[in-house]
Design a binder for this molecule. Structure first.
Ligand code: PLP
Length: 404
């Protein structure tokens, strides 16, 4: 039994009002709210354990290290990686993507080599490649998209040539909700001896992720989009790849020994973790994963799929509504426009009625260009949203549309 009311008790913020109206929080694609268990675990560590990890022989440092390394094991289990050596803590998806872009291009690519991304990427999976393109003269190729928001897989297969070195695509689009066929994307790339990076920022919170089954070479996600704290994320990389890549940043924690002549780097995953990690946040992330596990990621998936279906159905009651993203495989995101009402006006008026949605280009301007629009209104769901909230949202939309 999925007891959403019981789950909501873990999120006091959901009880608050804005402008005297009950809050309906539908901006979960941007960030999710945090349950008490995550906040308590972080506070408990600050209050009773706090000490820098890895370096101390003293009790607190060892206890903090155990929590931090225990969190790494929790993450490993969550995505079914082979070993904790394959789990690198980062500040988030963006940093994980920048790490791979910098290190992979540096070591594995020559001027004229190519990386494949897709039309529906978040800026964080576009700009890092462009920065490398400017530095090293690599080329960025783009998988085109069909009108329903699915990737053109035939065109994808045609993009490979002897200069292709890497594919980097999102698992789930933050705008369209499209769930990309990652296993197929990986299979085709591997047939061409090309590794694949998957941006899992919008999939890890919503659906079961098994990196071994996916067979991707790299996978990234952010803690704050899955009920964990801000400032922590994960880069998964197959050991064989991480071993070959140079460090991304230098500093403490990532070295075995240093002289003025030469530095020997630490083993994996520490080679990629320069400086003091946010060990309080990794504890929070592990707690968030425990929280997801307790509810069951498949139950969450079913709950959110029902919300998505219900929202799609009810949106049809609104005249002139255009929904962007009609893929059969779609996660809990609905982007839309109504008639010629500007997305910003719609978002601002919905806000006055207590409803938090996102408006604008959603950090995906090239996708907006492909769709021929400047932005959308986006409602994105989480495990604590309810059909009753969608009812409030739809009624509010009707009011707003009535004003125009
Ligand atoms: N990739 C996708 C698909 C996203 O939706 C986001 C954030 O919205 C990111 C990457 C960047 O995540 P972060 O800002 O947590 O690094």
């Amino acid at each position: 039994m999925y007891d959403v009311e019981e789950i909501r008790k873990q999120f006091p913020i959901l009880q608050r009002e804005v402008y005297g109206k009950p809050l309906v929080y539908l901006d979960n694609g941007a960030t999710t709210q945090k349950p008490l268990c995550v906040l308590n675990a972080m506070q408990e560590e600050y209050l009773n354990v706090n000490a820098n990890v890895h370096r101390g022989v003293h009790y607190l440092s060892q206890q903090a290290t155990e929590l931090h390394e225990g969190a790494r094991e929790t993450v490993r289990r969550f995505i079914n990686a082979r070993s904790t050596s394959e789990i690198v803590f980062t500040r988030g998806t963006t940093e994980a993507l920048n790490l791979v872009a910098a290190s992979f291009v540096d070591e594995m690519m020559q001027p004229g080599d190519e990386v494949i991304i897709s039309t529906m990427e978040h800026h964080s999976n576009i700009v890092p490649w462009q920065l490398q393109a400017a530095k090293k003269g690599i080329a960025v190729r783009v998988i085109p998209m069909h009108d329903d928001g699915t990737l053109d897989m035939e065109a994808y297969a045609q993009l490979f040539n002897e200069r292709t070195r890497l594919v980097s695509v999102c698992h789930v689009s933050n705008v369209l909700g499209t769930v990309n066929p990652v296993e197929e994307l990986v299979r085709i790339a591997h047939e061409n001896d090309v590794p694949v990076m998957i941006d899992g920022a919008q999939s890890a919170p919503h659906r079961y992720v098994d990196v071994q089954q996916m067979d991707c070479d790299f996978f990234a996600f952010s803690g704050h989009k899955m009920y964990g704290p801000t400032g922590v994320g994960v880069l998964y990389g197959k050991e064989e790849w991480l071993d070959r890549l140079p460090p991304y940043q230098g500093g403490g924690e990532m070295i075995e020994s240093v002289t003025f002549e030469k530095t020997v780097f630490q083993s994996l995953p520490f080679k990629f973790e320069a400086g003091t990690p946010d060990y309080i946040a990794t504890t929070g992330l592990a707690k968030a994963i425990d929280f997801l596990d307790e509810i069951g990621i498949n139950c969450i998936y079913e709950h959110e799929s029902e919300l998505l279906k219900y929202c799609h159905e009810r949106l049809q009651e609104i005249e002139d509504v255009r929904i962007f993203g009609q893929a059969k495989e779609k996660d809990a995101v609905v982007s839309f426009l109504v008639g010629d009402i500007h997305h910003l006006d719609m978002g601002t008026l919905l806000d006055r009625l207590g409803i938090a949605v996102r408006t604008g280009h959603h950090c995906a301007q090239p996708l907006m260009e492909r769709l021929g629009i400047s932005g959308t209104v986006r409602a994105s769901f989480a495990l604590y949203n309810t059909k009753a909230e969608i009812d409030v949202f739809i009624e509010a939309m009707k009011r707003v549309v009535g004003m125009f």
